[in-house]
Design a protein around this ligand. Structure first.
Ligand SMILES: [Fe+2]
Length: 520
């Protein structure tokens, strides 16, 4: 048994910033030596987790300040945070070709319990992280607490949301995209990107380092395992497969995508099976939490069809695509895909095979059908559709809704990000509009802003929407038991203040076996 409960350890961590610089003000962590970017763990299984770090004594340089050869790093996993009872240890290479990142797949641990871990390189110990293994396959689980976030643009806010997520003491943290933003530095916000817009591996590494130097973000990684997926800004705004938003040449964009995917791998606690091969990286996977939950974590960027309903001259002229379009036949083409045929077949198989009580489609963009009036041309009386989200791929969305229904997937839910807003909606059966199949919870943005003041009223005019809020930043918190799912939207009072207070701005419950949410 551990000496400390998880909550006692958490309290100690806050009181002892040397252990885990969580008590620090916002800004750069003051780490010396090679562990400037902190530690992380991820993708828990019943017998182990991935442990991550990256050696970068000068993190704002493209090579991290490291020589171009591999370095052995010792890792240790213990039952106690003072490492008196080490249960697993070993050496792993920090490989120069992967930016001296370290990904250790620890096995042989006991299910459903907390562990502590650290790395040692050249006699210097890293900060200590805490992680947790998943319950044994099919094991009964009383409760699971998840915090999930997205869209943490560095320049427009501090990471107070992560401070509060740490205090919520989640078992698991999910990140559903826009971990970094790729844009050039823009003056006038609370802080600035430290390098120009990245296009190569050195540039993306510096961009990740900029974000990962933040003490509050490091603390969130050190408090619980993460399971991550990406959205567009880990590469470039609104990209679709091999096309950037300007419909540029595909070959140079794929080189950029390869650099961005490599940097993503180098900075995330992912298993080796996710390691990229050129511009390809298999990110989609399931994560099981005993009999209670299965997460189907998907990637709706890498394999998607291009944006539909575009004027014919945009693509050949390499002009920027139109994100909001009037409806057209192409949008409904059943041949269009947002997941790609291989991933979609894999997902449908997972949805048919899962016996978990809750099934959480963990993904990046708004899934519920959404349209807004064309305010520039009110005389047309037509709606506009946002084609960068599932709105560009309605047939693919309907295939999943029917799959949930036909396979009787237990209690499907959707976790989303991307729109820099909180939103909650019930999704109907495409063949029977009164029958609810799943509920979607968009968990706000950690910092990123939403600029359209008409968003809230537009969204609430769409069928199924119960809540929308685009003024508050924050994250989503979900508590699952066998009988109930409780969701709290946690909204900061001011994301420009690293010490901002937070409150629950809306809360929802879904009862197992009864599709559809109610406001708590
Ligand atoms: Fe975003």
């Amino acid at each position: 048994m551990p000496l400390f409960s998880r909550r006692q350890w958490l309290a100690g961590a806050i009181a002892a910033p040397a252990l885990l610089s969580i008590g620090a003000k916002a800004g750069s962590a003051a780490a010396e030596g090679p562990f400037t970017l902190g530690v992380a763990s991820g993708d828990p299984e019943p017998d182990g987790v991935v442990l991550w770090t990256r050696l970068a004594p000068r993190p704002l340089e493209g090579d991290g300040g490291m020589q171009p050869h591999d370095v052995p790093v010792r890792w240790e996993v213990a039952e106690d945070e003072r490492f008196a009872r080490i249960v697993r240890f070993g050496n792993a290479p920090a490989e120069a070709r992967w930016g001296h990142s370290v990904h250790v797949e620890v096995s042989g641990l006991a299910p459903a319990r907390s562990y502590f871990y650290r790395f040692i390189a050249n006699g210097i110990a890293s900060p200590v992280g805490r992680t947790r293994t998943a319950p044994a396959p099919g094991a009964p689980v009383d409760r699971l607490r998840i915090c999930y976030g997205s869209c943490q643009k560095y320049e427009v806010g501090y990471y107070a949301a992560w401070r509060h997520a740490v205090e919520d003491d989640p078992d698991l943290i999910l990140f559903v995209g826009d971990y970094i933003y790729e844009g050039a530095p823009s003056p006038g916000d609370v802080r600035m990107h430290l390098n120009p817009e990245p296009f190569d591996i050195a540039g993306y590494r510096v961009r990740y380092a900029t974000y990962k130097l933040d003490a509050l973000l490091q603390a969130a990684h050190a408090t619980a395992p993460w399971a991550v997926t990406w959205d567009d800004h880990e590469v470039a705004n609104d990209y679709a497969n091999d096309l950037d938003e300007h419909n540029g040449e595909r070959a140079p964009f794929l080189l950029r995508r390869a650099a961005a995917y490599q940097a993503y791998w180098e900075h995330m606690p992912l298993r080796r099976r996710a390691m990229p091969h050129g511009a390809a990286m298999r990110l989609y996977r399931t994560l099981d939490w005993g009999s209670l939950a299965q997460f189907q974590i998907v990637d709706d960027r890498q394999y998607r069809s291009g944006h539909p309903c575009q004027p014919a001259d945009l693509l050949p002229a390499h002009k920027k695509y139109l994100p909001l379009v009037a409806d057209c036949a192409e949008r409904h083409d059943p041949g269009r895909t947002i997941l790609g045929s291989t991933q979609e077949a894999w997902l449908h198989q997972a949805l048919g095979g899962s016996r978990a009580q809750w099934n959480l489609l963990t993904q990046q963009t708004l899934m519920t059908s959404y349209a807004q009036p064309d305010t520039d041309h009110p005389e047309k009386g037509a709606d506009l559709y946002s084609v960068d989200s599932w709105g560009g791929y309605p047939a693919a969305r309907e295939r999943i809704l029917r799959r949930w229904r036909d396979a009787a997937t237990p209690n499907p839910l959707v976790l989303s990000g991307d729109i820099h807003s909180f939103a909650a909606a019930d999704m109907a059966d495409p063949d029977e509009a009164k029958r609810i199949v799943a509920s979607e919870f968009v968990g706000g943005s950690i910092t990123s802003l939403y600029h359209d003041a008409t968003f809230k009223q537009n969204m609430m005019q769409n069928p199924g929407f119960h809540f929308a809020e685009n003024e508050a930043r924050g994250y989503g918190r979900m508590d699952l038991t066998q009988r109930r799912c409780e969701v709290a939207f946690r909204g900061l009072s001011n994301a420009r203040d690293p010490d901002s207070a937070i409150s629950t701005i809306a809360a929802f419950t879904v009862e197992a076996g009864r599709p559809g949410m109610s406001l708590a």
